[in-house]
Write a protein that binds this ligand. Structure first.
Ligand SMILES: NC(=O)c1ccc[n+]([C@@H]2O[C@H](COP(=O)([O-])OP(=O)(O)OC[C@H]3O[C@@H](n4cnc5c(N)ncnc54)[C@H](OP(=O)(O)O)[C@@H]3O)[C@@H](O)[C@H]2O)c1
Length: 244
C-alpha cells in the first residue's frame, strides 16, 4: 500500500511479555523506562522522530480520562459531514482509537513524559452526532474511518493525505497493537525488554487478539538489531514481515 505513514510499534515489556503489572515496581525497570521514553521522543541519537502515536481506548481511559463518561448534548445541532481536520505546524498528535465515542475528554491536549500532544480522535460513521459535537466544541480534530468497524487502511490514507503525517508510533495496548499488525499496517517492532517478571495471568500482554478486531493467525518478524541497556534490559528491533 502506498501513501500511508511509516508505523513502528514501540513498547516496554517484562520478560514474560506483559505491558502492565507489578513488574514495573522492580528496581531494574527504572533505567529501562528512562531509555524507553528517550527513544520514544528522540532524546537519544538512535531515537524515533514521530509526528504522533496511536493509542487504544482502554489505554486512554487508564492513562488520561480516568474512565470519565463524555459530557454529551443529545440535542446538539447536526455537525458538518466528514472529518474535522486541524493541522499542526509541528505535528504531535495523540491518535485515539475510540470508534464508539466513549472517551470523556475535557480538553484537546494530553501531557506525557514532558511532551504535549494534540488529541486526534478516530471514529466510524456510526459514532453519534452528540459525540462529534462535543469534539468540535473542545476543538479536538477527528477522522471517520469505516462504517461500523475501523477501516485501518482508510485511516492511514487520511492521516497521510489530510494531516500530512509520515511517521507514527503504535503505542499500545495489546489489542490495538495486534489489530494493526495483523492488518499489515505496522512496519517495525521495537521492544524494550525489562529484566523483571511477575507471572500474573490477569494483565495485558504485548499483543492480544479481540473478537471482531483480530484473531490468532501468526505473523512473522525479522530481527534487525539487539542492544544491551544499563541494568540488564535489551532493546530489540524487528521488521514486521507482513507489512503492506
Ligand atoms: N508497557 C507499555 O509500554 C504500555 C503502552 C501502552 C499501554 N499499556 C497498557 O495497556 C493496557 C490496555 O491495553 P489493552 O490491550 O487492554 O487495550 P487497548 O489496546 O489500549 O484498547 C483496546 C480498545 O481500543 C479499541 N480498538 C483497538 N483496536 C481497534 C480496532 N482495530 N478497531 C476498533 N477499535 C479498536 C477498542 O475499543 P472499544 O472497546 O471501545 O471498541 C478496544 O477494546 C493499559 O492498561 C495500558 O496502561 C502499556
Amino acid at each position: 500500500m502506498k501513501n500511508r505513514p511509516y508505523v513502528f510499534c514501540h513498547m516496554m515489556t517484562s520478560l514474560d511479555g506483559k505491558i502492565m503489572g507489578n513488574w514495573f515496581d522492580a528496581p531494574e525497570v527504572e533505567k529501562a523506562g528512562e531509555f524507553f521514553d528517550d527513544l520514544t521522543f528522540g532524546r537519544v541519537p538512535e531515537g524515533y522522530h514521530m509526528q504522533g502515536w496511536f493509542s487504544g481506548r482502554i489505554t486512554s481511559e487508564d492513562a488520561f480520562t480516568n474512565h470519565r463518561k463524555p459530557d454529551l448534548d443529545e440535542s446538539a445541532a447536526p455537525v458538518p459531514v466528514g472529518d474535522y481536520v486541524i493541522k499542526m505546524e509541528k505535528p504531535m498528535y495523540y491518535i485515539s482509537i475510540d470508534t464508539h465515542g466513549r472517551l470523556g475528554w475535557t480538553s484537546n491536549t494530553i501531557q506525557y513524559s514532558g511532551v504535549t500532544a494534540r488529541i486526534l480522535e478516530v471514529l466510524t460513521e456510526s459514532t453519534s452526532n452528540a459525540y462529534k459535537a462535543l469534539l468540535r466544541k473542545l476543538d479536538i480534530p477527528y477522522v471517520i474511518a469505516g462504517k461500523d468497524t475501523l477501516d485501518i487502511p482508510l485511516l492511514m490514507e487520511k492521516l497521510y493525505d489530510e494531516f500530512g503525517l509520515r511517521t507514527l508510533m503504535l503505542g499500545g495496548g495489546g489489542i490495538i497493537n495486534w489489530s494493526f499488525i495483523q492488518a499489515g499496517m505496522c512496519d517495525e517492532l521495537s521492544i524494550v525488554l525489562s529484566p523483571a517478571a511477575d507471572g500474573s495471568t490477569k494483565t495485558q500482554t504485548l499483543f492480544m487478539e479481540k473478537e471482531g478486531l483480530s484473531d490468532d493467525r501468526p505473523v512473522s518478524f525479522e530481527l534487525l538489531d539487539v542492544t544491551k541497556i544499563e541494568d540488564g534490559a535489551l532493546w530489540l528491533r524487528y521488521k514486521v514481515k507482513n507489512a503492506k
